[in-house]
Design a binder for this molecule. Structure first.
Ligand code: NAI
Length: 251
């Protein structure tokens, strides 16, 4: 049986985050839709509310601790104590190392790593009190190294170490922490990569699909499905894992 919980999904205005928010709402949870893009976050929350779910949109910069603390306090007040946290907000600032600026490095670290730190820091007391929690952090196959992504691959590898430590520290409170590491997923983020490379998105998708054992690229719903499992009651003995969702094996 699914207990109704309050879930926070960051970067939920579009792409993987939006699909995850919709999926967790369909699973019966109240969902806080956090994003820098307030208007688009509201559109996702409206869509959930009009299909029978319960969602609250909040403008929030995950890299800013004060912004996250205020959002989490409002969520606890209006939706209930948050005990599911999905750290999905992300950006890319790709460049070959010799051209990469300190700003590009810092920004990527701030959103992926500091962001995932801020949300869990703010929400952990609710999970500890409830003796239940599910933390799911978005990593990437790029954690294994990817040309042009020194900043992003370091951040996504960092997410994996961070996740394992959360699992160790919070396990005794009924809290699990796992990372989902997607391969190529068809979203605005991969569309931006295609544009930067000067390739039509359809051609980029076809090219990538040919490298993937299941012969297709991933969709946001593929990731949402995996997050849904990790957030479920029954997944309480799965913790500190990195699940590659990439249409084929990864280390
Ligand atoms: P996307 O670019 O479509 O969506 C990211 C969302 O995060 C946007 O709505 C954006 O406004 C929001 N965001 C960015 N910075 C933020 C901040 N400081 N505070 C709050 N919200 C912020 O990206 P996509 O493709 O949906 O990716 C979601 C996650 O999955 C990211 O962490 C990404 O690194 C990861 N991922 C994506 C893959 C892909 O192929 N699309 C592959 C592997 C990992």
């Amino acid at each position: 049986m699914t207990e109704t919980r309050t879930a926070i999904v960051t970067g939920a205005a579009r792409g993987i985050g939006a699909a995850t928010a919709q999926r967790l709402a369909a699973d019966g949870h109240q969902v806080a839709v956090l994003d820098l893009d307030a208007e688009q976050a509201q559109a996702v929350a409206d869509q959930i509310n009009s299909s029978g779910g319960k969602a609250l949109a909040l403008a929030c910069d995950v890299s800013d601790a004060a912004s996250v603390d205020a959002a989490v306090a409002q969520i606890a007040e209006e939706l209930g104590a948050p005990t599911i946290v999905v750290n999905n907000a992300g950006i890319i600032r790709d460049n070959l190392l010799f051209k990469m600026t300190v700003e590009e490095w810092d920004l990527v670290m701030a959103v992926h790593l500091r962001g995932a730190f801020n949300t869990v820091k703010a929400a952990q007391k609710y999970m500890v009190e409830a003796k239940f929690g599910r933390i799911v952090n978005l990593s990437s196959t790029s954690a294994q190294g990817n040309r042009g992504q020194a900043n992003y691959s370091a951040a996504k590898a960092g997410v994996q170490g961070y996740t394992k430590t959360l699992a160790i520290e919070l396990g005794k409170f009924g809290v699990t922490a796992n990372a989902v590491a997607p391969g190529f997923i068809q979203t605005d983020m991969t569309a931006a990569t295609a544009e930067r490379m000067g390739v039509a998105f359809d051609d980029f998708i076809d090219y990538n699909a040919k490298q993937i054992p299941v012969a297709r690229v991933g969709q946001p719903e593929d990731i949402a499905h995996t997050v849904s499992f990790l957030a479920s009651e029954g997944a309480g003995f799965v913790s500190g894992q990195v699940i590659y969702v990439a249409g084929g094996p990864k280390d």
